[in-house]
Design a binder for this molecule. Structure first.
Ligand SMILES: Nc1ncnc2c1ncn2[C@@H]1O[C@H](COP(=O)(O)OP(=O)(O)OP(=O)(O)O)[C@@H](O)[C@H]1O
Ligand SMILES: [Mg+2]
Length: 340
């Protein structure tokens, strides 16, 4: 199984390039899924999808022998699935119906990045050969690498385990057998939160602790896959004008987290050959301007190659299309030039 993660600043074409490379993989006969972590619905437009389903198969004209699926990350659904798959079968319904669970799930609703590694694990278990991850613009993208690790640490923490175990102990033996200090802590908590809520929280932890501990273990395994260059490639999407700046920023950010940028995709490169130009008039001026821009794009690619070529596996130039990337026809055009 392989994972490709697309990163980049806002609007550079991450979703378009991610969807195009996934299409190329499906055309090559693989079972492939593009997961968008971005709450915006751009992936659906890029793939020309209709309907509201969080996950759908994209219909491809023959001769595609592979499969292409598109999925939008949904925190609540991912959490529910974790409970269904990893929770104790006897406790699943109690967990899902628990009031504290609803509160936790609601408070996590905006944290797409937190659930992304859990979702990747769920997809990997379903036999997809390629998972393409389309991230949100840069400000959040790297949180996708940071948050799961910190959350895994929290879920693994002795504190969570302790609460779970203490509760079981309290339940089995009664409060009175606890030490005075522990009773004091519970009393204080009860004064602040109310006895009912404290009991609910403890009750919830006692049934949820196995899912939370499992999350920690799964997140660590997924992050290890993301760190393994034989499995995962990080691709930075940029545009000619920002190529050097973005290359430096993302290489540094990835390296500081012990990940490595595998490839740079320079999107929206002008390279139509305008052919013979008339000598004068507006047409000549337009062509002159077009040549200037194309020349500066070629220069940006050369500079990127000189500055960063040795640090990545590939630098790929993605052409500017004549229209927006709003369906499979445009994706095919990109896929035909960049491959998978
Ligand atoms: N090669 C291209 N040629 C022409 N238009 C393009 C190309 N690549 C992207 N676009 C257009 O640029 C816009 C942004 O593309 P896209 O949504 O893929 O970027 P993004 O980096 O995913 O954006 P965001 O940061 O908002 O998630 C879209 O309107 C898309 O149609
Ligand atoms: Mg996008």
């Amino acid at each position: 199984m392989n994972i490709t993660v697309y990163l980049g600043t806002g609007g550079v074409g991450k979703t378009s390039v991610a969807a195009a490379s996934a299409l190329a993989k499906a055309r090559a006969g693989h079972k492939c899924l593009v997961l968008t972590i971005d709450p915006a619905r751009r992936l659906r437009t890029a793939l020309g999808l209709r309907g509201d389903a969080l996950e759908q198969r994209v219909e491809l004209d023959p001769p595609a022998s592979g499969e292409l699926w598109a999925a939008q990350l949904d925190v609540r659904e991912t959490l529910d699935e974790a409970v269904r798959v990893h929770g104790d079968p006897k406790l699943r319904q109690r967990i899902l119906a628990h009031q504290i669970y609803a509160t936790i799930a609601d408070s996590l609703a905006g944290m797409q990045e937190l659930m992304a590694v859990e979702r990747i694990d769920q997809i990997a278990r379903r036999g997809f050969e390629h998972i393409v991850v389309d991230t949100a613009p840069s400000r959040h993208a790297l949180e996708f690498l940071d948050k799961p690790e910190s959350f895994a640490l929290l879920a693994d923490s002795n504190w969570v385990k302790l609460v779970g175990r203490t509760y079981k102990f309290v339940e089995a033996t009664g409060m009175l057998s606890l030490g005075r200090a522990t009773i004091d802590i519970y009393r204080k908590l009860e004064t602040i939160l109310g006895a009912n809520l404290v009991r609910q929280v403890l009750d919830f932890y006692s049934i949820f602790v196995a899912v939370a501990e499992g999350y920690g273990a799964r997140a660590r395994k997924t992050v290890a896959m993301l760190r393994d260059p034989a499995i995962t490639e990080f691709r930075v999407v940029t545009t000619p004008g920002k190529a050097l700046r973005d290359a430096r920023y993302f290489s540094d950010e990835l390296e500081s987290r012990k990940f490595r940028a595998g490839a740079f995709y320079v999107n929206r490169v002008w390279r139509l050959d305008p052919g013979a130009a008339p000598d004068e008039g507006l047409a000549a001026e337009v062509l002159e301007w077009y040549r200037d821009v194309s020349g500066s794009h070629a220069g940006a690619l050369r500079d990127l190659e000189a500055g960063f070529g040795a640090r990545v596996n590939r630098i790929v130039s993605v052409p500017e299309l004549e229209r927006d990337v709003d369906g499979l026809a445009e994706l095919e055009l990109i896929a035909n030039t960049i491959g998978s």
